[in-house]
Structures are given as C-alpha cells and as structure tokens.
Design a protein. Structure first.
Length: 565
C-alpha cells in the first residue's frame, strides 16, 4: 500500500461551484453560463469515468474544461467509485483515478458512501445502494474508504448517502461521524441526502447536528428533490432536475457559520435551464461571496494498512430488497424498502422507454410486471460482467418471456423495436446544391404488417393515463388493456414509416404514403428539389425528416414551414 504523498494536505478555497456531467447536450452548460454572467460561480465540480483518457473520450465538454481549468478550477466527483459493496476497487482503477485528479488539479475527490457499480456496470440511473447504518456497514465502508485513500495523493472526502429505507440503528450523521473517526478523512455534507434521512426517520431537519463534527466538513452539496408520501411516511427523493426545497436553503444558511473548515459549496443543478440555474446561483452568491480565503491544512491519516473487507454488511441482500427479489416485508423497514423499490423501478422504466417504449408497456407496464424483469436472471446478469447494457438484457428477458408466454402483438412490437437501430447501419448520402436529402437523424423503415395504430395508441394511452393520474392521484394501469388489444390487431398490409435517432434510443413515426416513398428514395440518393411534390416537401421539412443542400454546397436543415394551400 502507498501512503499519502505527505503527512499533510493543503486544501485551497474553492468557493461556490456548479456541478456538471461534462456533456455539451446537458443544461446548464457551466461555461456558457459563466461567460454570460462572469463571477456567478467560482469552480466546476464534474462527474466522469475514473480513467482520464476514458473521460476525455466520453465527455464532450472535457476539452473546454481542460482548456479553462486554470481560470475555472475543478473538483472531481467520481460517482463511478464504490465506497461500499462486496468488492474493493481494483488497484489499477484507483491509480487511474489518482492520475486523473492530479492532471486536472482537483485538490480532493468526494463521493457518496454507497455501492455504485458491479465490475464497472453502474446501477440504472447511478442509483447507488446505501449501506446499513450499523457496525457491519461502518466496518465495510471504512475498509473501502481507507483502501481508496491508500492509493490517492489527495484526500478522499466522504459524503453522506441518500436514504429511503431505514437500515441499522445509527442516525445518518452518527454513521458519518463514526466513519470519519475510523478513517480520519474529511467530510462532505449533502443537505438533500440529510433531509432524506430525517424524513424517512420522522425527525426534524436539524436533528443530529448538535455533536456532529461540523469542523471536519470541507464541502457542502445543495440540489433539488421531491418530497412524496407513502402510507403514513414522507420521503425525499433525490432528483437534481427538481427545484431546491426552501428547507435546504434555510439549512445551508444556518450551517455556513458552523463549518470553519468549509472550502466549497456546490450547487448540483443538473437539468436546470440556464435562467433557472442563475436564480439559485445568485441567491447562493449572497451567502458565499467571491474572494480568496486562506488555505486549510489537514493532517493526512495513516492508511498504510487498511482493514480487510468482511462482507458482513450483506450488500447483495440489500440489492435483492431494492429490486424486488425479496419481499419488502422481509426487511427491517418494509415501507421504506417499498419506497426505494418505487424509485428504482421508475428509473428502470424511464431508461427502457428510450429504446423499448412499446415492448416495455406491453410486457412490463405495471409495477408487478416490471418487478418480474428486475427479479429475473437476465437483470442480475447485467451485473455479472460481459459488458451488456440494460436495454440489451431487457430484450433478452422479453424474448424469453414471449417464448414462455406467446403474445403475437407484443412479439410484433419487439420485432419492430429491434429493427429500428438497424435502419442506421447505412449512411445517408448528403444533398448537394438544389437537392433534397435525408435528415442526419432520420431513416426510412418498413415492416410486414401495419403497426401505425399501435404506435399512435401507445402515445395516446400514456397521455390519457398521465393526465388522469394528475387529476386523481393514482395511475390507472388497467387502461393498458386497450394497448394490448391494439397490438393484437395489426393492419394486414406492409407498412412504411420513419425512424428518428434520439439520444439515446429511437422513435418510430408514421408518415404519409408520399413522404414514405420519398424517404426510401433518399436512403439511396438525394434528388432534385423540383422533383418533389410541394405537399411532400412541406411535410418532410415540417417534421424535420429531410434537409436541403445550400447553394454553397453546405447542406442544412431548414426550419419548419407550413404546407401551401
């Protein structure tokens, strides 16, 4: 094992920061926001793969972060890092993490104390599994943390995890305080995660803070979330795309003068439009003014001999509880376990609907049917290595399910959705001046039977049931019976349609006969504009399925126009 580079760490003042997943498609884009409003925040805290080259290849905003890191400092928040679970991180992985953090100049790395992945395969939506707050969980988390720290040249900062189900006799803050005592590592206090524990336990938001070592907190996180009710209890669901609760702003304001070692406050505003993120950042700026402060000197703990991992904290049992393999009643907190399942199932469903919107509704449209999938051997095999994705293991489960319980309608939907990605195997030739070509994200498709009613019905049923749920407070899933009926009565003639590539996933759309003919032709070659009937040209442009070549030779996609007449 390696010891920290020196006996002490120097932690600079970072101030107010904004989190990012370093994708140019995400909002808010931190550098655009900072260019528009200089001084709005001081640093960027980002999540990315542990390996520097992998992060550079996967994160589209990485080049700008790298170029501007001297003027806009960064903190690396590596959510791909296990700080609990059945296996310790490989040494090579931790060496890559250390090299990454050193290269970007991150003075520390912070991460939620939880089980994030199995052999590199993250849990859907990066919804980690929280350790039990008991002696066994404490021992295994300490073993993980000290193992990680023994291969880092900067401090690992321990973040309190989000809580839905109560497991163990310790309060979340007592657990984190004891983990600090065993490891000597500094702390990151996530206020939303703390709120989640307090609500689940039925406690006031500030319960447990008296006596908690706030002097060892070097960073605070603030993010959005939703408070929901299940039975007699309330739960806080950590969802950064949601607005920040007023309780959390108030808690932050009360804690700032009580945390003398604080070096950074990070607003995790993932998914907030720029103008909305600005509102929160301006409010936070009044609490965390711009300007330098003295660095903090911390004593580095001795991590030359990390304790072994015992496994007594039963991570796979908690995995089974969270995914419905074991019944909630078998847990020490049945209501909290059911709430945890709800959140995980919602994320699984949302992910699957990007690739399998029809098949998922037909085969796993209800809670129990979705649990059939997460209880399956195919789902468990997702976390057994092999590099398969969640959509891939769902398709394997769906095919087995249809072999065991044949359903012609669901089989047709599955075949259609398996076909959609293959339409992009062939590149579409770009249009030249005066020509029409396919839009880059659109391809023509054809199918032996007409499923246009099913595609329409899936969208109509979703809209109807969602609207009713808003009105009455419950999702009436029996309404999916209509979708099953439609799936069993496909049209008897071949069907032509358009496939649009999303990010990620694919969308099948019906088109007129004339546009279908044009799309098939454009799949092979562009055609002159004057050869396309005006109504077909207008339809294709309105739906952004075709593009025109500029007179300059550069192709472009026109803004939508209205059909003439």
């Amino acid at each position: 094992m390696t010891q920290a580079v020196s006996d002490a760490w120097t932690l600079p003042w970072r101030g107010l920061g904004l989190s990012s997943n370093l994708s140019t498609s995400d909002v808010p884009q931190p550098y655009r926001l900072l260019d528009a409003t200089p001084g709005l925040f001081d640093f960027v805290e980002y999540s990315a793969p542990l390996d520097l080259e992998e992060a550079r290849a996967q994160a589209s905003l990485f080049p700008e972060m790298w170029r501007r890191r001297a003027d806009v400092p960064v903190l690396f928040h590596p959510v791909h890092l296990n700080l609990w679970g059945p296996e310790l991180e490989p040494v090579a992985t931790l060496k890559a993490l250390d090299a990454h953090a050193r290269a970007v100049g991150s003075p520390w790395v912070g991460n939620d104390v939880g089980w994030w992945h199995v052999q590199g395969q993250p849990f859907p939506g990066y919804l980690y599994i929280t350790p039990p707050f008991n002696e066994a969980g404490l021992a295994d988390c300490a073993a993980h943390a000290l193992h990680v720290q023994s291969h880092l040249s900067m401090p690992l900062v321990l973040e309190n995890p989000a809580v839905l189900a109560r497991r163990g006799e310790l309060h979340a803050l007592d657990f984190l305080a004891k983990l600090h005592q065993r490891t000597g590592l500094p702390l990151l206090l996530d206020l939303g995660h703390l709120f989640s524990h307090q609500l689940s336990a039925g406690l006031p938001i500030e319960a447990g803070l008296d006596g908690f070592p706030l002097e060892h907190v070097v960073e605070i996180h603030l993010a959005g979330g939703v408070v929901t009710r299940r039975g007699s209890r309330r739960f806080y669901v950590d969802d950064h795309t949601q607005p920040v609760r007023e309780e959390l702003f108030n808690l932050l304001e009360s804690l700032l003068p009580r945390c003398p070692s604080l070096r950074a406050v990070t607003f995790e505003g993932d998914g907030h439009p720029p103008e909305v993120a600005q509102l929160s950042l301006r409010r936070l700026r009044t609490l965390i003014p711009q300007g330098p402060r003295e660095p903090l000197i911390l004593r580095a703990p001795d991590v030359s001999a990390p304790p072994p991992l015992s496994g007594d904290s039963r991570p796979w049992e908690l995995f089974d509880a969270g995914h419905g393999v074991s019944a909630p009643d078998a847990s020490e907190d049945p209501e909290g376990t059911a709430a945890d399942q709800d959140f995980r199932l919602a994320v699984v469903a949302e992910t699957l609907d990007k690739d399998w919107p029809l098949t998922r509704l037909l085969l796993a449209g209800t809670r129990e049917a979705l649990l059939d999938f997460t209880r399956s051997r195919e789902y468990r095999n997702l976390f057994g290595g092999g590099g398969r994705s969640l959509p891939q293991v769902f398709s394997a489960w769906a095919m087995r399910r249809l072999r065991e319980q044949p359903d012609e309608g669901a089989s047709a939907a599955l075949s259609l959705e398996m076909l959609a990605p293959t339409t992009f195997l062939k590149a579409a030739p770009p249009p030249g001046p005066g020509q029409v070509g396919l839009a880059e994200d659109v391809r023509p498709g054809s199918f032996p039977v007409d499923l246009s009613e099913l595609v329409f019905a899936a969208r109509a049923v979703r809209r109807h049931l969602t609207a009713r749920a808003w009105a009455c407070g419950a999702l009436e899933l029996s309404g999916l019976d209509a979708l099953a009926q439609v799936a069993r009565r496909p049209g008897g003639t071949p069907w032509s349609f358009a496939v649009r590539r999303k990010a990620p996933g694919f969308e099948v759309s019906g088109v007129s006969r004339g546009l279908a003919v044009l799309l098939r032709e454009l799949g092979s070659r562009p055609v002159p504009v004057e050869s396309v009937p005006p109504e077909v040209l207008a339809e294709g442009l309105n739906h952004r399925m075709i593009r025109l070549g500029d007179a300059s030779g550069l192709d472009r996609t026109l803004a939508p126009v209205r059909p003439v007449g």
